[in-house]
Write a protein that binds this ligand. Structure first.
Ligand SMILES: [Zn+2]
Length: 113
């Protein structure tokens, strides 16, 4: 990987981390338990419970993404950054630009499902 690509990727990771933090803050807000007094009617309470469940799932995903991004940022200075942890082949820069948190190539990531 060229130095310019490495710099571009670490800047991208920093930006993604900021976005993930903002996403998590927003999701934490909407995943708050709904107080029974807040329910205007039975239907709106049901809607609230459904969207709360969706937010919780999204929150788990967002936290995993943030952890993976932080790990990627820590790795970005290493010589093996951008190298697949499974097959040790270089991960295409195009993939890293799309998913800078990925530590495996498409083929290896696909194997685990
Ligand atoms: Zn691989």
């Amino acid at each position: 990987m060229r130095l310019s690509e490495r710099e571009q990727l670490s800047a991208l990771i920093v930006a993604r981390i900021e976005r993930a933090k903002a996403d998590i803050a927003a999701l934490e807000e909407s995943a708050q338990p709904i107080a029974p007094d807040n329910a205007i009617g039975r239907l709106s309470r049901m809607d609230g419970i459904v969207s709360q469940g969706v937010s919780k799932t999204a929150l788990v995903t967002a936290r995993q993404t943030l952890a993976a991004l932080r790990a990627a940022l820590a790795r970005s200075a290493d010589s093996d950054f951008g190298v697949c942890t499974e097959c040790e082949q270089p991960i295409p820069v195009e993939r890293l630009l799309l998913m800078p948190e990925s530590s495996r190539c498409v083929a290896c990531a696909g194997k685990q499902g």
